[in-house]
Design a protein. Structure first.
Length: 280
């Protein structure tokens, strides 16, 4: 039986590539969503959707703060993570050449990450769009000449476009981290082989309050791989802290959580899962 996975973007988007990587040994059906907000709403409302793939940070662009908020406010549960090497490609209708291109369309992040290459193109207008794959699809559907998209090789294959230049991203250290999330509810039972967790804490806005959290993390021999602050909506000068933790045993993690609940105003677990394993 296949799993229904909702992504932000359309067929050929990097979110789809991340989904197929994570669920590589399973049959999945991809459901598109134009925005992250729509994606979150559909995950909440549609009982036929099993999981969502949501980008959370990029090695060049940084964190997607609105997605941390969506996960927390909807009480989504994180069941895993996937890192994806992002490779941008310039593509157009077959028969087009780079010198024919007058306009390049893509998501603003893709344009920004490819800006060094795009600046070398003479008299070319850069146009921001909602999605990389959708930009490619629009060119193919409407037979648009003199216009190119920046998108994945998968998008070029799906929509029958010709790649004019491959791997045009400015940095070859370009990775996006995605969370695999499920509907709100209780955290799935811990199996015992998990080695990473995502939590958020809320502390008093006073000197030393965050330091106490960090000291407890250190004393429990747990590694903090991410610390991200974001404001509490409707409250002045008050913040949540999203924390990613890495540990050798679940016992270490449980001990830490118990301590944090004693010293914080709020400690919530978003998920306990296996960290992504990079293949060298």
């Amino acid at each position: 039986m296949s799993k229904n996975i909702i992504i932000q973007g359309f067929s050929g988007a990097f979110h789809e590539e991340a989904a197929r990587e994570y669920f590589r040994n399973e049959k999945i059906d991809i459901i598109p969503a134009m925005t992250f907000e729509i994606q979150a709403d559909k995950l909440c409302e549609d009982k036929n959707i099993d999981y969502a793939i949501m980008a959370i940070e990029n090695s060049i662009a940084g964190s997607l703060l609105q997605n941390y908020r969506l996960i927390r406010e909807n009480q989504f549960r994180i069941i895993g993570e996937q890192y994806l090497r992002i490779r941008h490609n310039l593509m157009a209708l077959p028969g087009q050449k780079i010198e024919d291109i007058k306009e390049v369309v893509s998501h603003p992040m893709a344009l920004n990450q490819s800006i060094k290459f795009l600046k070398k193109m003479k008299n070319v207008r850069l146009v921001e769009a909602d999605d990389t794959a959708l930009s490619a699809k629009n060119i193919a559907d409407n037979k648009l000449k003199n216009i190119a998209a920046v998108a994945s090789k998968t998008a070029a294959k799906i929509y029958g476009l010709q790649i004019l230049a491959a791997d045009i991203e400015t940095s070859d250290v370009n990775y996006t981290r995605f969370f695999i999330i499920k509907k709100n509810g209780i955290i799935p039972d811990i199996k015992g082989d998990e080695n990473k967790a995502s939590i958020y804490v809320k502390v008093n806005h006073e000197k030393g309050s965050l330091l106490k959290v960090l000291e407890h993390i250190y004393s429990c021999d747990v590694n903090m791989s991410k610390l991200q602050s974001y404001p509490v909506l409707g409250s002045f000068n008050e913040y949540y802290f999203h924390i990613d933790l890495e540990f050798e045993t679940v016992r270490q993690y449980k001990k830490l959580i118990s301590k944090l609940k004693e010293i914080t105003n709020q400690t919530e677990e978003l998920g306990v899962y296996k960290k992504h394993k990079f293949l060298l």
